[in-house]
Design a protein around this ligand. Structure first.
Ligand SMILES: C[S@@+](CC[C@H](N)C(=O)[O-])C[C@H]1O[C@@H](n2cnc3c(N)ncnc32)[C@H](O)[C@@H]1O
Length: 402
């Protein structure tokens, strides 16, 4: 069972970012499709993938894939898979699923068939008629797409956005996985200034600091597959200890998070402390109209309120006017704004956006407007001689263009 297939699932538009992350972990021959990055791995890669993937939603273990036009085919195909290699005799398991464009369109029925087939298989293998289900937890997923059944077991448990540092939620926080992707899609690197002028619970600055300090995003949380006997506990210990050793304690960072709301700033400080990056970020209560920039070069990444959930027109107006006033003439600043407000480019008049990526924030369709600043030449704003990207950090096929 040493060779396995894993699937890193991704939010729409982030497939290429997740693919890059998977490749950076050393995996090859990736298969990328909508919302999925599939790769060959070994058993001990389950801990590594879970601990290190910053932008993926989950890591699934692929059990099998086959065509199923009838419930019989679904039952037999499922029963033929080696569930006993993973699910223990006392294992507790649930089945969830989704069906898109398939003859077997009733997902409830598909779930029931899969559960029955797995139980039948386990009864035969364990020579028992009754399962206590008091042991480790397994979540099986049946995904029907165009009559192809994909069966997986979730190795992550809670979604990978749950890093464990954000106790202090504010209204409308970004998912940590999306915040990390916004940073990775930008020109920011650890030697450059980063400002989030409307930082809410601090997700963007915190994710940036974790990237800069090479802190594995999953280091402070647990994963469903940690309780699976099929994975040697030593593999988890080793992956965790090597992630711990990989943390860069040296980085001097210039990351700033501001928000008009004092409670949000308090939450940011607690969240950043939980994430181990409190000393790397300056958090201050400040309205965007009071933002003062005296450096020639830098990066802004932010998601302003966008009406649907929390703000009103006057608030938006003030924010857009301030952004415009502060950054219109700051050609050395790259500005990245995630918003559902499609009118944003009409208000931010520095130039048309250099790039617009279509993404999702939860279920809300949003655009990531990217305005590129000039490259820094020699400047205190750019601390070391790290390479400055000439081009978009990711090639043109990354994220859906608008
Ligand atoms: C969508 S939330 C940002 C969420 C954040 N990215 C997170 O992950 O928690 C927008 C934030 O803008 C802040 N805000 C609203 N008006 C502002 C203003 N005029 N100046 C600065 N911040 C403002 C709100 O307090 C809110 O925290």
């Amino acid at each position: 069972m040493n060779n396995i297939t894993l699937i890193a699932t991704s939010t729409f538009g982030l497939e290429k970012v997740v693919k890059n992350e998977v490749e950076a972990l050393g995996f090859e021959n990736l298969k990328v499709s909508d919302g999925r990055i599939e790769f060959e791995a070994r058993l001990e890669d389950i801990p590594r993938a879970n601990l290190w993937l910053r932008c993926a939603d989950r890591v699934l273990l692929k059990m099998g894939e086959f065509k199923a036009l009838t419930f019989d085919e679904l039952f037999e195909g499922t029963k033929a898979l080696p569930w006993e290699s993973w699910i223990t005799e006392d294992g507790e398991f649930t089945v969830n699923g989704k069906a898109v464009n398939s003859t077997l369109g009733s997902i409830r029925a598909c779930q029931a068939i899969v559960k029955k087939a797995v139980v039948e298989r386990l009864k035969e293998k364990y020579h028992t008629e009754w399962f206590e289900e008091t042991g480790p937890k397994f979540t099986i997923q049946i995904s029907m797409l165009k009559d192809i059944a994909l069966l997986t077991i979730d190795t992550s448990g809670a979604g990978l956005h749950k890093r464990g540092y954000r106790d202090e939620a504010v209204e409308a926080p970004l998912k940590e996985t999306l915040a990390a992707a916004l940073v990775l899609l930008s020109f920011w690197n650890k030697d450059r200034i980063l400002i989030d002028p409307m930082c809410g619970s601090g997700t963007i600055p915190i994710e940036a600091a974790m990237i800069a300090r090479n802190i594995a995003p999953g280091l402070s949380r647990e994963f469903a597959s940690e309780g699976w006997p099929a994975i040697d506990a030593g593999a988890w210990l080793e992956a965790r200890s090597s992630a711990q050793n990989a943390v860069n304690y040296e980085s001097k960072l210039q990351i700033f998070g501001y928000d008009i709301d004092g409670k949000s700033i308090e939450a940011c400080k607690i969240n950043a402390a939980n994430a181990g990056v409190r000393e790397n970020i300056v958090f201050e209560q400040r309205a965007i109209k009071d933002l003062w920039i005296d450096k020639q070069y830098g990066i802004v990444i932010s998601n302003p309120p966008y009406g649907i959930r929390m703000s009103d027109f006057r608030e938006m107006n003030e924010i857009y006017i301030s952004l415009n006033k502060t950054f219109k003439k700051k050609s050395g600043w790259s500005v990245y704004i995630l918003t559902a407000d499609e009118m944003f480019p009409n208000y931010f008049k520095r130039s048309p956006p250099d790039r617009v990526r279509k993404l999702y924030n939860g279920r809300i369709k949003v655009n990531y407007y990217q305005y590129y600043g000039e490259r820094p030449h020699h400047s205190q704003d750019y601390l070391k001689t790290a390479p400055v990207p000439d081009e978009d950090p990711l090639p043109a096929d990354c994220g859906a263009e608008v």
